[in-house]
Design a protein around this ligand. Sequence first.
Ligand code: ATP
Ligand code: MG
Ligand code: FE
Length: 344
Amino acid sequence: MRVLGIETSCDETGVAVFDGAAGLLAHTVHSQVDLHAAYGGVVPELASRDHIRRLTPLIRLVMAEAGTTAADIDGVAYTAGPGLVGALLVGAGLGRSLAWGWGVPAIGVHHMEGHLLAPLLEEPAPAFPFVALLVSGGHTQLVEVAAAGRYRLLGESVDDAAGEAFDKTAKILDLPYPGGPALAKLAEQGEPGRYVFPRPMTDRPGLDFSFSGLKTFALNTVREELAHRSDTEQARADIARAFEDAVVETLVIKCRRAVEAAGVDRLVLAGGVSANRRLRERVDAMMAQRSGRAFYPRLALCTDNGAMIAFAGHQRLAAGQSEALAFTAMPRWPLDALPELWDE
Ligand code: ATP
Ligand code: MG
Ligand code: FE
């Protein structure tokens, strides 16, 4: 079965063609970073308009790259939520219409299920069951995954997501939007241990996270330190390093607890922050210590992309799920509300 996947939940227009037998045939992402950079964050109305402008040409391009004509497409998958409602409606409207025009089924995919299943596009793919850490711009969640479609939320952030904390702290350090990768780069020059940030919510049991305090801690440290250190460039790098170390160690502590509690030796990381090099190193070391293993998507599939939506949609369409002609976008949509993929 060959599926066209469309992602428009935020500020990336992602398109891909996934084939059940041949794998990922082609995928492309157009990032709107330049469009929103001047505003320091995503402007929803501009995002929707740009998705409208980009989507049709991108679909043509990706289908050509995949050597696929409309007649070869067996289904269309689009992100139905969570995300910006206007942006979601662009992908949903076009995806549902194409499927209707081509006479094939369509499926609205949960964006976080897309992220969660992305590591299954890699070799070796993790076998079920596993624990997944979803770390992105809007989510920080630990999920117990019994099988594709069978998700149990173990813990999540009670305030900012890890990616959001990266972005906000980057802003405090005068780094360009989007801040995560820029902060990680600056942290490379930082001296480890020069500052020590808290590891929020690690001193008590539980699998929830809280990252909003770290950005306040960063703000206070910047105010105090930049005022009386003459080497301000080094000070910024030291603060970036301390912040990154705190986020990474906090995530690793909770991941270790989660795999212990679930009794599994496989941990999957996905979402934009899973591109972070130091996080990968520390997670690998922690899992190696437990004789387990961590799995990640390739870097290009950590942040938003169409490949993960084509893949997740393929799993559901191949299991016989699809939806009626009416479509909807769900700005909020809990992951564990999804139907299971296969009946037992
Ligand atoms: P969600 O998936 O929750 O709806 P989103 O789609 O906006 O949110 P993603 O595209 O998955 O999020 O990831 C973007 C986030 O990842 C941003 O917050 C960005 O700063 C962060 N990020 C990307 N690369 C890195 C990195 N190397 N280190 C830290 N953070 C990073
Ligand atoms: Mg984005
Ligand atoms: Fe995302």
